[in-house]
Design a protein around this ligand. Sequence first.
Ligand SMILES: Cc1ncc(COP(=O)(O)O)c(C=O)c1O
Length: 542
Amino acid sequence: MKEKLNKEFLDLRRFDNPINPIDLIKNITSNPTIENDPFYIVDLEDICNKHINWITRLPRVEPHYAVKCNTDQMMLKLLAFLGAGFDCASKNEIQKVLDLGVSPHRIIFANPCKQASNIKYAYKMGVDYMTFDNEYELYKIKEHHPNAKIVLRIITNDADAVCRFSMKFGADMESSYKLIETALNLNLDLAGISFHVGSGQMTPKTFSESIQNARILFDYAREKFGCKLHLLDLGGGYPGSSEPESAELFNSISKEINKALDEYFPVDFFQQLNGNDEDKFRVIAEPGRYYACSAFTLCVNVIAKRAMNQTQLQQIQDQESIVSNAYQNASLIDTSKSIMYYINDGVYASFNCLFYDHAECFPILIKDRPTDEKLYKSSIWGPTCDGLDVVVKECHLPELDQSEFLVFKNMGAYTLSGAVAFNGIPLARCIYIASTSWDTIKDAFTEPSDEPLANNLLKEATSNSSTCAAAATLAFSRAQQQQQQQDKLILDNQFKSSSCCSGVCADAESLHLNEKLSISEDGVISAASCLDQSTVDCAITC
Ligand SMILES: Cc1ncc(COP(=O)(O)O)c(C=O)c1O
């Protein structure tokens, strides 16, 4: 049985109206007695809004959040509550998600090269969907999880992605034909095709090209072997920053995906093939960055500073450096000194994204200062004793005080999940904020009764269809109804003793909110005449 109140609750702050995390940080740090430790503001509203945006713009695609991106417990609980599935890369991630009470059917083990013991664990826990991209993996799966529903990961053209994966994963088309044959010869349950266009993908066309390739393989499996694949997995690669360009790119990607799905996998895809709609064709995706990036705002403290001497200056300049243009008013630059700042979070912790995620991070200064203050050549270093621990190699900043707080936005993706407390320096803690959606989502974090979360959500959905949880529920209702049956079987057979959320299940066919929303060319979401605009406003802003 879960605790009545989760410990993260202690770090939760509720507001009547949405609040800007930076304003909140200014408020928190204005308290002179505050400790200087780094902290994150985690905006739960932002995660809700992302989810609403996803189901509105990609109504045919069920998001399976990529847990590796950020394993924050509150975030996982919220996404589970909103009806998302999960992409897990290992036994530990699977365990983490199952421990929340999520049904194993809402999980895909999306790591094409898995440790045998992890496959055995998936088998034991009823996690059936898993990816592969080579023959050795097929034999391993056959041995340890013979009933697995296997999904072939194909290679993509990820040249325009910030983090590329195709040198490591994905079968080319030629190998894919052979792998399909081998999988079927082994009597494995070949379920579908997946791909990943690379994280931080800038070119929407990559998605449609990969969807087209997937269709070729669907046809090949059916025509050559009579095997009807039923799952298309669009992987990750969706932008999630709060910058307007990021939203624009997401909109372009979703348009491209919707167009390609209509062309290669139309809604009546299965009926077209054999006039039979008993088998359900599903499209899923594995967004990570999309959900996590903008929800996390990091606040750090300047713990020390010193003037740079000429030798140090030269050494830093010899390194490949990125010069921030954030404070670049040339007329204010004073070359008489250069300053090194040391902050209490660095590349071993939150800023590991500088290495592993090719991120560029620049601070926002929150202390009020005159606009014509002089700027000095500056560098920002992490708190460990390692010379590698540099966050910003070179930028121009007004002179910062010791103990001054700095803010870094968009710090939710591939930051905390790779952070370690090297040198004994503690990781930033999270402060969660919620406002207008709180009444809707609060049951995600408490266990008010023995009922599964999904039942509580169902009540919300039917009592108030204008809430974001309701919107999320309704959007998934059809897929989830089917899943509910499967979940029930699992619950009955395998997990009788655990308090398991049996998927988000709403018998709300008549209320398909997302089907009643439309998106204009310029990206404005509006209601069809059968819904009043206030319902939509709430769904979008909640
Ligand atoms: C298999 C898989 N799926 C999904 C993701 C998430 O990608 P993104 O954060 O770009 O959405 C990753 C990222 O590494 C991945 O490896």
